[in-house]
Design a protein around this ligand. Structure first.
Ligand SMILES: NC(=O)c1ccc[n+]([C@@H]2O[C@H](COP(=O)([O-])OP(=O)(O)OC[C@H]3O[C@@H](n4cnc5c(N)ncnc54)[C@H](OP(=O)(O)O)[C@@H]3O)[C@@H](O)[C@H]2O)c1
Length: 268
């Protein structure tokens, strides 16, 4: 009988999600790896089996398809697999201003960034409660903690939503053994900026602003296990966050507007 705890990670095929998988495997979890690219998930599962003896279930699914979180939860239940650690990580950003994208693209974006993580939590939480323990990590962003920017319009709004959602969930269920944490990285090396087409622009950002995915994952897991509700990744972003909290909102908005305009000129 296998008594290893199980972790489900969405967006495990690259970047921060793959880092969560590696770290959790090292900590003795078996894994359920979710993303669209099956070959990537299989390579990761093989590697973790060899390194740590991890048993991984691969779920190559598109979280954008109707009811996919429910179908995933039902499939796990049918196999008697109970998730003790849920990492809602899958995500991307849509460049441009609100009207630069079709509505369907915004709708799909909100499905991945907001609806799917909440729906997965809704389906997996009852079993966590029955067993009296569970951890939910929602990968948010520093962008959700500071005022919105021009461009990538719904990104910071979706991340702010996930931070508030995490805070509510933490308050509602912490007395029943469930820890929830919003992990908030700043710029992190991954495929994120290749997918959204901003790599060339991002290469101009100073080196000190970049985090590595392994560090984001390690600090995030430590945080949820300690019962922390909002975790800002990296000392540099903790400092930026602390400073932004001290600045008057009007000044902060002016600074962000100036920075957004610079980016628009550079990327034009
Ligand atoms: N990188 C940063 O600077 C940064 C900063 C703050 C927060 N974040 C957040 O960190 C999280 C992970 O991003 P990352 O930086 O690791 O980027 P990434 O390397 O591009 O990884 C994104 C992951 O999401 C998965 N995904 C995207 N759409 C999906 C869909 N429809 N169905 C299932 N899986 C889907 C991708 O897998 P497939 O393509 O195989 O489906 C991939 O595994 C995101 O929520 C992002 O917003 C990133």
């Amino acid at each position: 009988m296998n008594h290893k705890p199980k972790a489900l990670i969405t967006g495990a095929s690259s970047g921060i999600g793959a880092a969560f998988a590696r770290d959790l495997a090292e900590r003795g979890y078996d894994l359920i790896l979710v993303a669209r690219r099956a070959d990537r998930l299989k390579d990761l599962a093989d590697q973790l089996k060899e390194q740590h003896g991890t048993a991984s279930t691969i779920a190559p699914v598109d979280l954008n398809l109707p009811n996919m979180p429910r179908k995933l939860a039902e499939a796990l239940k049918a196999r008697g697999q109970y998730v003790e650690m849920l990492v809602n990580n899958a995500g991307y950003s849509l460049p441009g201003h609100l009207l630069d994208q079709d509505w369907e693209q915004h709708r799909d974006f909100l499905q991945i960034m907001v609806n799917a993580p909440i729906e997965l939590s809704w389906h997996l939480l009852p079993t966590m409660l029955e067993r009296g323990r569970g951890n939910i990590i929602n990968v948010a962003s520093v962008a959700g903690l500071i005022p919105g920017t021009a461009g990538h319009t719904l990104y910071s709004a979706a991340k702010a939503f996930m931070i508030k959602f995490s805070q509510s969930l933490a308050l509602e269920y912490r007395d029943q053994g469930i820890h929830t944490c919003a992990v908030c990285p700043g710029f992190t090396w991954s495929e994120f900026h290749d997918v959204n087409g901003s790599r060339a622009l991002m290469n101009k950002m100073p080196k000190w602003m970049w985090l590595d995915s392994d560090r984001v994952a390690r600090e995030g897991i430590d945080a949820v296990l300690k019962g922390k509700v909002v975790q800002v990744s990296g000392l540099q972003y903790k400092a930026i966050h602390a400073i932004t909290k001290l600045l008057p909102e009007r000044l902060l908005l002016r600074m962000i507007a100036r920075r957004s305009a610079q980016f628009r000129v550079q990327s034009a």
